[in-house]
Design a binder for this molecule. Structure first.
Ligand code: BTX
Length: 329
């Protein structure tokens, strides 16, 4: 019920009458009053004026299910939000729940991770209160070989969500993707994505897409302070994290539908390349076999990076053990 009340109050700057809320939700005045009081306790500033009704004048920066769900669109891929104040890793939580039958479109989110994970066993620093640590559980009917492309889809959605959220503050800051899945502002990493799946050769049980975004972080651990940043540090603005999550859900839905239509990235290549910081720039490719310099052209429909070498030949780089330098690290 709190979600429905929040949704009603969010959609207008006017007062919403208590009677209207009762009628819409089919509950008593006392029930509405109780829910309003709970919302106030959670940090919402709600004015109650006799004969006019309720109006929200201040929103807390919280990530509860109600706060996020009240901002989702009905056709969003994210259908349900599960919030916990602290968790080992939202990817772990999503996988545990997926094994127990949790539904496609469930988003797990927390204030703080005690065991946040990056790729290949690396650590993801996830302090309390300043970031978005979330994992989207999906059960797509696609070829398991193409599941890693969802990282690309998510990177596009995060980048667009950040761009829109920053634009709403009136600040002009460029946010890009560093291939394949880092999101950077002013050459610093503000977001990382970790996609994992459970599958058989020809069928996916589930995919979990874990996303970490440094939003209002001001202090960074020694090991990342040269390479990491946050939206606050780069823009000087505090942005409500739930707004970014809602924008992510909207953007992800748009790109994910295009992805499902073809089962690969062919419908997204152009949009991705426009968001790509590496496009048209010199990069240094280092993998187990070789190391060379070239100019990145963009990705192909499989998400591989096309790099024109100095001798004019084209190399096709797959994400994995390869490291692309040119920005940092
Ligand atoms: P990655 O392997 O590309 O990046 C990990 C590396 O990034 C670390 O080795 C470190 O150098 C740096 N790093 C660690 N923490 C941060 C940070 N907060 N900001 C910037 N740089 C950092 C990227 O892996 C995938 C990260 C996914 C994180 C999400 S959070 C929700 C979900 N749960 C979970 O355990 N992981 C995902």
């Amino acid at each position: 019920m709190k979600t429905k009340i929040l949704r009603q109050l969010r959609t207008t700057n006017e007062y919403v009458s208590g009677q209207m809320l009762c009628d819409e939700l089919g509950v008593s005045r006392t029930a509405v009053w109780k829910a309003i009081n709970q919302l106030k306790e959670e940090g919402y500033t709600i004015e109650a004026v006799q004969n006019k009704g309720y109006k929200i004048t201040g929103y807390p920066d919280i990530l509860t299910a109600e706060e996020i769900e009240s901002q989702l669109n009905p056709d969003d891929t994210v259908k349900k939000v599960v919030y916990a104040p602290e968790i080992d890793s939202t990817n772990n939580e999503a996988k545990r729940n997926a094994e127990n039958g949790a539904k496609d479109g469930t988003l797990y989110i927390t204030e703080s991770q005690t065991g946040g994970r990056g790729r290949r066993g690396r650590q993801w620093v996830s302090p309390s209160g300043s970031g978005i640590w979330m994992t989207l559980l999906l059960r797509p009917q696609i070829n398991p070989a193409n599941a890693s492309m969802l990282t690309i889809v998510a990177a596009m959605a995060v980048t667009m969500a950040i761009r829109r959220a920053v634009a709403e503050t009136g600040v002009d800051v460029e946010c890009h993707i560093k291939w394949p899945n880092d999101v950077v502002i002013n050459k610093k990493k503000v977001c990382g994505i970790l996609t994992e799946m459970s599958a058989e050769l020809d069928c996916i049980h589930y995919v979990v897409i874990g996303i970490g975004i440094n939003v209002n972080t001001t202090e960074f651990a020694d090991e990342i302070k040269e390479t990491a940043s946050s939206l606050f540090v780069e823009t000087g603005k505090n942005i409500k994290r739930s707004r970014i999550v809602a924008l992510f859900a909207e953007e992800f839905t748009k790109y994910y539908q295009k992805f499902l239509n073809t089962g690969d990235l062919s419908g997204l290549v152009q949009d991705y390349n426009e968001l790509l910081i590496n496009a048209g720039r010199q990069v240094r490719i280092c993998d187990a076999k070789e190391e060379f310099t070239g100019v990145a052209a963009g990705i192909d429909s499989h998400g591989e990076l096309l790099v024109t070498k100095e001798d004019g030949t084209q190399a096709v780089i797959s994400a994995g053990e390869v490291s692309v330098r040119g920005l940092y690290g």
